[in-house]
Design a protein around this ligand. Sequence first.
Ligand code: SF4
Length: 464
Amino acid sequence: MSGARKVHIKSFGCQMNVYDSHRMADTLAPEGFAETATPEDADLVILNTCHIREKAAEKVYSELGRVRALKQAAARDGRRIVVAVAGCVAQAEGREILRRAPSVDLVVGPQSYHRLPALLARVERGEAVIDTEFPVEDKFDILKAPSREATRARGVSAFVTVQEGCDKFCTFCIVPYTRGAEVSRPVAKIVAEVEHLADAGVREVTLIGQNVNAYHGEGPDGSPWTLGRLLERIADVRGIGRLRYTTSHPCDVEASLIAAHRDLPSLMPHLHLPVQSGSDRILVAMNRRHGRADYLDAIARMRGARADMAFSSDFIVGFPGESEQDFRATLSLLDEVGYAGAFSFKYSARPGTPAAEMADQVPEEVKSERLQRLQAAIDRRQAAFNARSLHRSFDILFEKAGRRPGQIVGRSPYLQAVVVTAPSTAIGDIRSVTITEIRTNSLFGALNATPVRAREPMPAEAGG
Ligand code: SF4
């Protein structure tokens, strides 16, 4: 490969993968690779895979079938497409990918992205390359920062990885095996990255990590800083109007994080705090390290610091051994917390995890029936939460043009999509909006003449 080259990166799964895809593109840019949205005209196709969802590996192999057809068509035109598989499936499957999909040239695990230029040079020399090591060097030191242009093109809201890996070992989860042990980036490097983003026009930063509130990176004073302290420092960066973080674990909701929600107006009052189940018996079987009461206590402490805190969660239904009584405990937790929204999934076994070996797997039809009931309850909760926004005013960060001409779309503090009629010059602004209409997937509103900087909280009672 030589001259101007194009890379197409397809991301599956969570925000960590979206962030990783951006950093891979940034690392390849100095090598002469420009990003392309279509694989057809790419010289390099990277599938950045996720292992969380059911049959993840199978989905990657079927996607690779499509890429192989592209590769063959390009070869007939005398062009070479290099195919790389990255992400958690790459880490989990390793050499198996090259065996089952010989059109793949490179398999690269999440800890080795900084080595991409060197790995691609080996591919160019004709090698099939696998790198799924956990290297000793810090990949964040070597990964390239995005250019101003790339940052601008990605919009006014950006992710910043502050922590990777997980030491919790929930019995259903593959992450501790694919992403490795918890590692936190130093405060100074994170602040420098946020300043760079702010300088390029980013207004909202979401700090991300598999277990983000277990953050313990080295502070400028040499001591480990908590996530709460890090948020306090980043809130000082000029130009950053909004802060979020995800994904959190209930065991790591500690005092400085609660204080940050109390003290930092730019820290949004919305927290994704996965609980997975409302049953203590199942929480033990999942090795979640907390009970239902601990979870409710974390929610209560947050709401004690900021009354308008809204919560979302992930739920797994049909975990091995889950009885109807256990499932009802999940439904009752939903009522007790009053979530603004939630994601729910049927349990599916991940090879290599303890839960995959557990006896008492729940039949598929029982899982499906419970999932339907849970989703209906979540939908009712979400609709009730949204209904309470009607005629209220919120600060909205406008992110992009809407579907209809003259419309722009932004996010409320509670992550609701809000559509208004306004000029596109307002994209990137945080403006006060009164909500005038509630629809299923978005809220509609009108710009207020004067900015509302004072908080107008959502009532704490969820209703519905
Ligand atoms: S805390 Fe989250 S990432 Fe860690 S093992 Fe449990 S589910 Fe997986």
